[in-house]
Design a protein around this ligand. Structure first.
Ligand SMILES: [Zn+2]
Length: 480
């Protein structure tokens, strides 16, 4: 007899629960359930129609699961009820019932204060962290509060979930943490949930983290841009690049004057005044706003962006030479020579060396540009600002005589920003050299992973989540 009743009780699906509540009247559920806990329950005959799709097994270790839950996820004012193992169409699932403590009064979702129990409105299920690959759900009959503060009848708020979410807060944090290690799609697949669910979890984690982020002690920031969609659409990223801490602080759409001004507005006057170093590219809007807003800080043009400008110039030279050779009806040696040129001498094979000789014969300009770039490398090893300056001047003279226009453009640009460039040596050791580059690479990887969802909000959330080092709430138990 007991088994039969047990089967009846467990053979629910979501629809059946709803039907169940309708049949019994939601209000009677708790009293019934509690009675059921004391003596074995007797359920009405209406609930007896067990679906053929569900094959039910009793969880004999329900007691142990309850013990674990009480240990790692105690709910103040509530108690865990029986735990059931249910075979559903999607696979096995664990259902954990929750009841309010006898003396606990429900909390108003409007103001958070406790109030009188008005009535009970219906059963809700909340997804919890999966266990042994089984989906786990909390089942709870929501009450309504007669709230004196709000002077209204409101739905109660429960400690394990926020608002109308069908996912427990713990599970959302669990998904968000995994989303740092795997792509959102992978997280969704691994935990049998939807991409949207993962996205919402990450968005929740980012919103919480951004609200609780600690912005004290920031002395060095780096401004950087990344392309994020086809065409020329950019994001401006601002990093903290202090020697002890590197993280993403802020993201803005576009890379205009307005964008950077928005950052400084968000950052605040006091924190800006405390800045000692600002690192950026030679992009005009950045230079302009940094000079205006943080003129007191040492503005450094970093190594990574200069290397990028040079690579772009070499590529331009190579492309125009290929076009010239084609026009003359000769074989364009350089079409597949990009990596050959960029490769370090001691890594080249014999075959590559022969090809390089051919290259030198026919593609002088591209090879010479590469040599000019290599000749610039020692610049970064200088200790004295004056000697570095002298080296820079000599290098620029050499490039200006080379008659290679894209390289001359780079040299002119470096000359124009000579003081900022030399600030690198003044800031030496106080900002971490590779930090902007490292963060830039990570940001690119994130946007590439995030490719497919094209809205700015997705990219923004993904970047804050992976690079922001955002704080998380203190918990008694970490699930991953
Ligand atoms: Zn209220």
């Amino acid at each position: 007899m007991w088994e039969l009743v047990e089967n009846l009780f467990c053979g629910f699906s979501k629809a059946r629960w709803a039907a169940c509540c309708a049949v019994h009247g939601a209000g009677s559920f708790h009293t019934r359930a509690r009675r059921r806990e004391e003596t074995h329950p007797v359920w009405d005959s209406e609930t007896m129609a067990v679906s053929k799709h569900t094959n039910v097994t009793e969880a004999n270790n329900g007691m142990q699961i309850k013990t674990i839950l009480n240990r790692i996820q105690k709910q103040r004012g509530f108690v865990y009820g029986p735990v059931r193992l249910v075979e559903e169409v999607e696979g096995l699932a664990l259902y954990v019932e929750i009841y309010p403590h006898e003396r606990s009064r429900p909390r108003c979702s409007g103001c958070g204060r406790r109030g009188g129990h008005y009535d009970t409105i219906g059963l809700r299920q909340f997804e919890f962290v999966p266990l042994w690959g089984l989906r786990v759900f909390f089942l709870y009959l929501m009450r309504r509060v007669h709230c004196r503060t709000c002077d209204a009848v409101r739905v109660e708020t429960v400690p394990w979930a926020e608002g109308k979410r069908s996912v427990t807060t713990t599970y959302a944090w669990f998904l968000a943490r995994w989303a740092k290690r795997l792509s959102w799609r992978e997280v969704a697949v691994v935990f049998h949930t939807s991409w949207d669910q993962v996205f919402r979890a990450v968005a929740m984690a980012v919103a919480w983290g951004r609200a609780h982020v600690d912005l004290t002690g920031i002395e060095a920031i780096g401004l950087d841009e990344i392309q994020w969609q086809r065409g020329h659409r950019y994001l401006t990223l601002v990093y903290q690049i202090d020697a002890g801490r590197k993280r993403l602080l802020w993201i803005g759409q576009e890379r205009r004057v307005k964008t950077v001004l928005r950052f400084f507005r968000w950052f605040g006057r006091d924190r800006t005044a405390a800045l000692r170093f600002v690192c950026s590219d030679m992009w005009k809007p950045y230079l302009k706003v940094v000079a205006k807003k943080a003129g007191h800080a040492l503005h450094v043009l970093d190594r990574f962006h200069i290397a990028m400008h040079m690579s772009k110039a070499i590529d331009e030279v190579r492309r125009s030479e290929v076009q010239d050779l084609r026009r003359q009806g000769r074989q364009p040696w350089l079409t597949k020579a990009r990596w050959l040129l960029l490769k370090r001498p001691d890594h080249r094979t014999a075959d590559e060396r022969t090809r390089l000789k051919d290259l030198v014969r026919h593609n002088l300009k591209a090879v010479r540009s590469t040599l000019l770039r290599e000749a610039f490398d020692p610049f970064w090893t200088y200790r004295s600002v004056d000697w570095a300056g002298a080296f820079l001047d000599a290098w620029c003279v050499q490039v200006m005589r080379s008659k290679i226009e894209p390289m001359k453009k780079v040299a002119r640009m470096l000359r124009r920003h000579r003081p900022l460039l030399l600030n690198w040596f003044r800031a030496r050791g106080q900002i971490s050299a590779a930090s902007v580059e490292g963060l830039n690479n990570k940001a690119k990887l994130t946007t590439r992973k995030a490719y497919g969802f094209r809205s700015y909000r997705c990219i923004e959330i993904a970047l804050y989540h992976t690079l922001g080092q955002l704080p998380e709430p203190e918990v008694t138990h970490r699930f991953c």
